[in-house]
Design a protein around this ligand. Sequence first.
Ligand SMILES: N[C@@H](CCC[C@H](N)C(=O)O)C(=O)O
Length: 283
Amino acid sequence: MRISFTKMHGCGNDYIYLDCRQTGLPEHVADWSVKLSRRHFSVGADGIICICPPSTPGADATMRMFNADGSEGKMCGNGVRCVAEFLYTHGAEKDSLEIDTLAGRKTLRRLGEGQWQAEMGCFSAMAADLPAVGVGEGPLVHMTVEAAGRSWDAAGVSMGNPHCVVEWPDENLPTGMDLAAIGPDFEKNKLFPEGVNTEFIYVRDATHLKMRVWERGSGETMACGTGACASVSAMVLRGVCPRDVPVEVELLGGKLNITVRSDDHVLLSGPAETAFTGEVEVD
Ligand SMILES: N[C@@H](CCC[C@H](N)C(=O)O)C(=O)O
């Protein structure tokens, strides 16, 4: 069978987008994600995102996201902005869109050409929400994670999906560490029964962070929207970043802006771009 797709990305966090508004979620999408995400051998991506019919009255669509290993994530910050851009460029043409996700409904506002702001809902640092075990109830502002042969001081934050945030002292963050050696030990750590996305951040100052991410199910990616939200939320809890002020997060693939409001709601702003469209054979 041949399927049509649109390749989109937010700061280089790239997914294969399938328009499933008429058909619903494809039965074999998890297998397709494994096959089509392989770089050099197929389309190449961090996973597949399906744009499905709305799940709640008044919503414009539902986002379902699958990592490169076929596992399903509940939320994707870069993905939800790209879904909004897809809907906008495929007939919706509304500056405000409502998108259902497995982590609840999100409101997307168009800021300009290829730029969207996502209302991500509230962050939570409670252990039950990640989930995390053996670390107390939370808030997980400081917890010790044993990984890669050492103890790490980490923060735990849920953005609808689980994140572990580690401050890194070296400003050469993008070149100074072997993430592929460290990341899997966090991802599969016994503290996180459903796995975890891990962000390593360097605090340049109170409103500028630098970040690299190891994503559950996809490995290192160029950017992670929920990861950037989790990192700023963790730094707010640690008293490093302010509330109600945009914080710029610099990632390998570009910059995202995050505002953590006084009521714990998180706003994520950044680009959503189409790279190319195509057709590909699937089993
Ligand atoms: N890249 C995404 C997050 C993707 C989901 C994650 N790998 C998971 O399994 O939770 C983002 O931009 O937020």
